[in-house]
Design a protein. Structure first.
Length: 607
């Protein structure tokens, strides 16, 4: 392919579904020496434009395809290595070419204007026109005549600071308007990070000298004080502030203007040192006033975000009083909920704002009020939302994998998970969205935390624009030390074949207990767990009665205080009693109704 032009390759396979249907095809880039030079969207593999080099002009990428005839069919996979070879453009071949350079750079937040030129037709006898073609970054460029302008962009706007635009040129002689020549070229603009001082403002206790180390985003800079020297002195990169008293009713902020120089680059910044209120224990967030301390947050698209509101003084009530996007928020006590939305709902401004008001009475019965605008930023793309878990030693742990996107009731959208790598991948198996960890003994190795990397693929295979999204996440499972009373695994949301998606499963030698979302603050759930244990007890006693062909029965009403649940296995006993005790319950099952009876053998059953 010619240099400096994107190349789009439509991927295809040799299989299809029955009755002329194409089936389900999922393509992914798995690796390759030059994988970073390629992008994949649905079935369209794009090689990013690059210049011809004297050597090594062939680029390689490995593609994996997963195919199903139907949603329920067996999955087939195949891999292939594709190569793209870049050829040098010959500007002397009498064909039309855009001769403008291919690569440019610009400082962040600075427009870049590029003059487009051709190898011929540069006289008034010819009509030259240029156009911007579709592309991922086309909206970052404007075109006026032959002047292409890249719109100023911050360096931090995204992780990939290189922007591409495809330009088409058309040329025809005015005396022969029907003879038209065209050519295309991809032009790249890289945003350079601006030279700046990166040192942050600081807060210190009163009467305290503080030395602040000055720094920039580029090494080798020198510094000078250019304004508001006051209590500051400078030696090299060490800026020293001379301690001061806290002023009860005055300004406790001290400012100094610093200039950094590196070669021909300069940057200035005003730094602030704040003296803490000594009556707040030196807490820099508490200046004696009343503030909402909750910070701005972000959330993956299609995921509700619950934010706990807080102030620096506690005991406050909160209300929603405004904000451009207040209708997307709801408030219950101190829990502010942002309603899930798609990133594309507002691609150009995915930050949603709400104004919160907090009120409380102080010790003198005065009403304190404060307001703050909180911002929730919606993140684009697919995210695995399954969290890290813990597990008892020598027990299988089943984890349900999930993503932030829901699959609607159409068959053209599928979600697949796979184990791609990880230090301990051989300890995990995956079937569908059920990830099983085969827990070893706690003392198997020094590090009791095991890691696996999971990849999720969310694919829509039908329609004019097939779309595939992928996400990866490293999940960890930590083995619980059996010599401690750590019950952290009791609260983990895991699943088994018997349990639902929100079940908690614990397996022991004598009994398996399944309870829904058991948490220490949830008494209802613990009562449900007690009921499960009670049924297990009744079942065991009934089994013993039938095994010994005993027909006699005895009403539980004969027990004044009920039946005490205990287990021969100490680990089971410990688990049950911890859960019950944490909820103010006991291990005694109250007497049941007279209609329910159990067989008793006149001895304590041995489990």
């Amino acid at each position: 392919m010619p240099e400096n032009k994107n190349k789009t390759i439509r991927l295809a396979i040799n299989k299809s579904a029955d009755f002329g249907q194409i089936g389900y095809r999922f393509f992914t880039i798995v690796d390759g020496l030059d994988a970073s030079k390629f992008t994949l969207k649905g079935r369209e593999l794009t090689f990013k434009a690059t210049a011809f080099k004297a050597r090594n002009n062939t680029y390689h990428v490995n593609i994996k395809v997963r195919f199903k005839k139907t949603v329920f069919s067996r999955k087939e996979t195949a891999e292939i290595t594709l190569s793209v070879t870049v050829t040098k453009t010959n500007f002397n071949d009498e064909k039309l070419h855009i001769t403008t350079a291919s690569n440019f750079s610009t400082p962040e937040n600075t427009d870049k204007t590029i003059e487009l030129t051709l190898n011929k037709g540069n006289t008034p006898d010819y009509k030259r026109t240029f156009a911007i073609l579709d592309g991922a970054d086309a909206n970052k460029f404007t075109l006026a005549g032959n002047k292409l302008t890249f719109i100023a962009t911050a360096f931090e706007a995204r992780s990939d600071v290189t922007y591409h635009v495809n330009i088409k040129a058309t040329l025809n002689a005015k005396i022969l308007p029907d003879i038209i020549e065209t050519t295309e070229k991809t032009i790249t603009v890289t945003v350079d990070e601006a030279f700046r001082i990166t040192t942050a403002n600081v807060s210190i206790p009163e009467h305290t000298n503080r030395t602040i180390t000055l720094a920039t985003n580029k090494d080798g800079a020198s510094f000078t004080i250019v304004g508001n020297k006051g209590k500051f002195s400078l030696s090299g990169t060490a800026l020293t502030f001379e301690g001061a008293d806290f002023k009860d009713h005055g300004d406790n902020n001290y400012h100094v203007k610093i200039k950094a120089t590196k070669g021909n680059e300069t940057a200035e910044k005003t730094l602030t040192v704040t003296i803490d209120n000594p009556n707040t224990g030196g807490n820099p967030d508490d200046d004696g006033g009343f503030h909402i301390t909750t910070a701005d947050v972000s959330t993956p698209e299609q995921i509700n975000k619950v934010i706990t509101l807080a102030t620096n003084k506690g005991g406050a009530s909160f209300t929603i009083v405004g904000g451009a996007d207040k209708n997307r928020f709801s408030l219950n006590g101190d829990e502010l909920t942002f309603k899930a939305t798609f990133f594309n709902s507002r691609r150009n401004n995915p930050a949603y704002r709400v104004k919160i008001k907090a009120t409380r009475m102080d010790s003198n019965s005065r009403l304190l009020e404060t307001e703050k605008i909180l911002v929730v930023t919606v993140l684009e793309g697919l995210y695995i939302i399954t969290t890290d878990v813990s597990a008892p030693e020598n027990k299988n742990k089943v984890i349900t994998l999930a993503v932030n996107k829901k699959i609607p009731a159409v068959t053209s959208i599928t979600l697949d998970f796979e184990i791609v790598r990880g230090l301990d991948a051989n300890k995990f198996t995956l079937v569908g969205n059920k990830l099983t960890f085969e827990a070893p003994a706690f003392n198997d190795r020094t590090d009791a935390t095991y890691r696996v990397k999971i990849k999720a693929t969310f694919a829509e295979t039908f329609g004019f624009k097939p779309k595939t999204e992928t996400a990866e996440k490293i999940l960890t499972v930590t083995i619980i030390n059996p010599n401690t009373n750590d019950d952290s695994s009791d609260d983990e949301e895991t699943t088994s074949e018997e349990g639902g998606a929100d079940s908690v499963v614990e397996e022991f030698t004598n009994v398996k207990v399944i309870a829904q979302a058991v948490r220490k603050e949830n008494k209802f759930a613990s009562k449900a767990l007690l009921s499960k244990v009670g049924k297990t007890l009744m079942g065991r006693l009934s089994y013993i009665r039938h095994q010994n062909q005993q027909k006699s029965s005895f009403s539980t009403n004969g027990f004044v205080n009920g039946i005490q649940v205990s287990f021969a296995d100490s680990q089971t006993n410990s688990f049950i009693n911890r859960v019950l005790s944490a909820n103010g319950l006991s291990n005694v099952i109250p007497p049941l109704a007279a209609r329910l009876s159990v067989g008793i053998l006149g001895r304590v059953p041995k489990w």
